[in-house]
Design a binder for this molecule. Structure first.
Ligand SMILES: NC(=O)C1=CN([C@@H]2O[C@H](COP(=O)(O)OP(=O)(O)OC[C@H]3O[C@@H](n4cnc5c(N)ncnc54)[C@H](O)[C@@H]3O)[C@@H](O)[C@H]2O)C=CC1
Ligand SMILES: C[N+](C)(C)CC(=O)CC(=O)[O-]
Length: 321
């Protein structure tokens, strides 16, 4: 089966926070968009959200022909999907609801139109169980705001064709995104496993009276949050190991995971896990020395600090706010 990758018409089912983000991104990329949502007043709310996002999208740069007028809100699931080249579902996070919705979407869609779900962590093998042509069905998990953040996690289920994963990656790239193929189907995928761990711990801190939510957010936004925009945890910690890199870092700070500071159970630090982490970060380092990456990290930090400061001032805020 050749899946459609040269898309002209994008269908969005569910037009809440995430659905309207997809609609905005698709319109900004010069596509025709069909949207459906069963809630009363959904069309007006969607148009309002798209209008709100449009200023940022104009600053980022619109594709030729991009226009909010190319959005058509329709009355049925069938009208939304039957002529669509690509379909993205962003309905509430309930397994039964998604199961029923996808059986209807897939029955009415062109057989070679890819179908993506925005789910934050439900398993595609489960909610695509009743779908027609499930080989074209994937998860495309985005991040809020969908029209600006590039990451989209692409996850297949037990019936998804490998070619469909590649085709979906191609489509998401054509929408200016940075797809990440999650190779193993697990609840929460990669990013939400991490975000949930952080969030759960933050709730423990509040619950234990250690910090307020504002203090916890300060702990993120004035520290690791600034460096996360350009360097992930593994490479950051490799640099934190100095010239000896990740192996020294693991020896020095790995045992503290067993104390534990957190309320989450820690993984057992087996030799295999350490080797996997060391080998993985070695690959990430490539030919770059630790000191070269430190210069890169510092340059990026300065640029981000300057950008945040300038942007906040434009909005009438001080840097400390
Ligand atoms: N809010 C977030 O930060 C993120 C949410 N997601 C995922 O995106 C999906 C949508 O979440 P949100 O946009 O946040 O929710 P939301 O509550 O803002 O929007 C859901 C929309 O679905 C509509 N809806 C209700 N029943 C429906 C049905 N049977 N078929 C189609 N639409 C229906 C509602 O009227 C509403 O407009 C969920 O699967 C969620 O896990 C993914 C990434 C981030
Ligand atoms: C809270 N959430 C699980 C819905 C968040 C996401 O899925 C991604 C995001 O935007 O943080």
């Amino acid at each position: 089966m050749r899946f459609i990758t040269d898309i002209k018409t994008f269908a969005a089912l569910g037009s809440g926070v995430i659905g309207s983000g997809w609609v905005s991104r698709a319109l900004a990329n010069g596509l025709d968009v069909l949207a459906w949502d069963p809630a009363p007043g959904a069309e007006a709310a969607l148009r309002q959200r798209v209008a709100n996002a449009w200023g940022a999208l104009e600053k980022q740069g619109l594709a030729p022909g991009a226009s909010q007028d190319r959005l058509r809100f329709v009355a049925t699931i069938e009208a939304c999907v039957k002529d669509a080249d690509f379909i993205q579902e962003s309905a509430p996070e309930r397994l039964e609801l998604k199961l029923e919705l996808h059986s209807k979407i897939s029955a009415a869609a062109k057989p070679n139109a890819l179908i993506g779900s925005s789910t934050s962590g439900l398993l595609p093998s489960e909610f695509y169980e009743g779908s027609t042509h499930p080989e074209r069905c994937v998860v495309g998990h985005p991040f809020n705001p969908v029209y600006l953040l590039p990451l989209v996690e692409v996850v297949g289920g037990k019936h998804t064709a490998p070619e469909a994963i590649q085709a979906a990656i191609q489509v998401y790239e054509s929408l200016g995104m940075r797809p990440l193929h999650v190779r193993k189907e697990v609840p929460g995928f990669i990013a939400d496993r991490l975000l949930e761990a952080l969030w759960r711990e933050a709730l423990h801190l509040v619950n234990d009276g250690v910090a307020t939510t504002g203090e916890i957010d300060d702990a993120i936004r004035f520290g690791a949050g600034l460096r996360w925009s350009f360097m992930g945890t593994f490479l950051t910690y490799t640099l934190a190991g100095g010239d000896a890199g990740m192996r020294h870092f693991m020896a020095q700070f790995g045992p503290a995971l067993q104390l534990p500071w957190t309320h989450l159970p820690a993984p057992e630090l087996t030799d295999k896990l350490i080797d996997d982490v060391v080998d993985g970060t070695r690959e990430q380092l490539g030919n770059h020395s630790i000191s070269a990456l430190e210069r890169y990290r510092d340059d990026c930090l300065l640029a981000v600090l300057e950008a945040v400061k300038t942007t906040k001032a434009k909005h009438g805020m001080t840097f400390a706010e």
